[in-house]
Structures are given as C-alpha cells and as structure tokens.
Design a protein around this ligand. Sequence first.
Ligand code: ZN
Length: 411
Amino acid sequence: MSNLLIRNIHLLIQAETEQRSLVRGKEMSQIPMLSNAYVLVENGRIKAFGSMANCPERADQVLDATGRIVLPAWCDSHTHIVFAATREEEFVDRIRGLSYEEIAERGGGILNSARKLQKATEEELFEGAWGRLQEVMSMGTGAIEVKSGYGLTLESELKMLRVVRKLKEKSPIPVKATFLGAHAIPMEYKSDREAYITLIIKEMLPRVAGEGLADYCDVFCDKGFFTPEETIRILEAGWKWGLKPKIHANELGLTGGVQAGIAQRAISVDHLEYTSDVEIEALKQSNTLPTLLPGCAFFLGIPFAPARQMINAGLPVVLATDFNPGSCPSGNMPFVISLACAKMNMLPEEAINAATLNGAKAMELEKEYGTIAVGKVANLIITRPMMSLAGLPYAFGSKVVEQVVVKGNLV
Ligand SMILES: [Zn+2]
C-alpha cells in the first residue's frame, strides 16, 4: 500500500461528496470549492479529502500545495494524436490567403496526412503519438480520446487503430479509440463516393469492430466531406457493430450535421462553430453533448462556437482540443480554457466543468474520472501559486500547471 498526501491546498476544486455525472446550463457556473484543504490518495485512488483541520498527520509521500489550486486532470474527449507528419507548409499557405477548404480541394489537408500516414510504420506512428501523449499529460490531461481517419484505406485505418490500441495498453491514463474512416473521400474515390462509403460499411467497420479496435464511430459531416444522409448510413452501420457515434459537425457551415448526430443518438457532436437556434433547440431535446474545440477556431480563423447561447439555453457544453496536424496542432488544454473564457465568454467555472466532468462524460468515463471524489482515480493537477480559479484562463500561454498526478504518481 502506498499513499500520497497533498496538503495546505489554497483551493481544492471539483471535489464532491455526491457524485454528479455532468453539469448543464446554469449548473455549469457552479463548481465545488474548498479552501485550505487536503487530498489523500491511496493505491492510485482518492481516499479522502477535506479541510486542513482534519488532515491526516503523515503519509508515504507528502506534497505541500501552499498558495496553489488542485483540480481534477483534464478529460480531452476529441483528438487525432496519431499522425505521421506536421502540415506546416499548409499553415503558411493559409497565411498567404488560401482557405482550409481550398487546401483540402487540392488534395492537401486530411488527404495530405493520409498519404504520409500510409507510408509510415506502426512503430513510427506509435513513437510520435506516444511523445504527444507525454506532452499533453505534462499539461494536465488525465484522460483522452484518439481517432483514426488519416488512413482512409482498410489497411491504414487498421494500422492507426492498432497504434491507438498500443497507446491504450501502455498509457497510464485512459484512452478511448474512435474509428473515423469517414474523415474525407480519398482522391481515387472522388468520382465514386458511393464506393468509398460501401468500403467503410462493408469492409472497414466489420474488421475494426471484429478486432475490437474502436469504442466509437465518427464521421466528418460537413461541406465538402460527408452529407447528413451518408453520415446516418455510416453511423447506423456502426451501431450494428456496437460502436456508438461521436461525430464532427457544423465546422464549416449549417450543414445538418448536428441533427444527423442527434438522430443517431450520438454521444457528442463536436465543433459546432456554425450553430443556430435550430441546432440549440434540437440539442436541448436530446442527450447528445455539444463539444466545442476553440483551438481549431483560433488556428483556422473561423468563428468561435456560440458557447454562451448554448449554456444560457441549458446545454451541457464540453471542451476539448482537437489536437491534429491540420486545424489545431496543439493539445494544450489550459490554452483551450483561456480561449473558452476570452473568446466564447465562458466563465472560468464553466470552462473547468466543461474540460473535466463534462469531458469525462463525453468519453463515458465520468464514474472514474472528471472530478475528485472518494474512490475515483487520482488524476490531478496542481497549479502554480494563484489567487483564484480565474488565474488559470487569465494567464494564457503561461505554464499554469505545475505538477500532474496520474494514478497517484507524479508525472
Ligand atoms: Zn477533429
């Protein structure tokens, strides 16, 4: 038995005695907060927490958190950290005036990543993804979802998902795998989309599900990618193999992606930069979570999703990074939280809820992660000294996360 005691915590955030599974609307601005507190971790799980007046006298390892905030580690429910190469040249093309869609139409974008990934070995892909995983953990990520979608052939999609499986096996933080064969239509299928959709439904899904390589099924439902009708067909096929939907929707326009996701009982619809009252109303009538990826809006210079309207309408907003080589080459959750506050008018409490508890819910991990509760896994963040919770988003770009605890061990 080994234990870790964190004592003299200035503010202990998101520690709960009654477990919640998510927060929505007005509740999002409320966050449990204890001042002058301790947390005791035993065998990787939360054993106890409370006021310093009741703090245990000793432990195997003791950390002093004077002046610091302790909160649960981030739950990043949308990433593409398995990729072969960066796309810096396209970044420069965009600076020179090309749009993301124009780059995609010329065979750049996702198809560029796919060409490079097809040539990479499983070992090379694992090495790159493992490095990114270590990096995001050092910034406080304590649970993560990873998608395929740069393969776009049966063999390469399987290769990507085997890399994700290896991440799952070796990672100290939980990893959820999402099959995204429907990320783009490959060049060779441009004149016969139907053949590619058939390949996904008839060949990819059976192999992916047969080898137990994915937890979820994703489709990029948007202008220039997959239509709502195609999305629904692929998601229906995914359900038959036991894969729940989690989809990309409304990044490039009001394309019906949100409605397609809801119709297919998606766990979440992600992006939503283009969201009108119609989508918000539809989300209100569903259990589908709206996941916002402000790092992508920042990097592409597209509108930020209307988080404020969503929360005011009572929705349970989720925040994630979308870490990928094209539209968000960063897995920095503290920066995502800064963007959420500065650009989407989310309160610090709302952003922290969206990035912890609601993020865990978007990966169906809320029973074990996302808050600090007795019995939950001890994946924790210790900040640098700061006065209030607002210090986290306020000091954007600074190293606000000082130490990270994963399963009770310092990263
Ligand atoms: Zn994405």
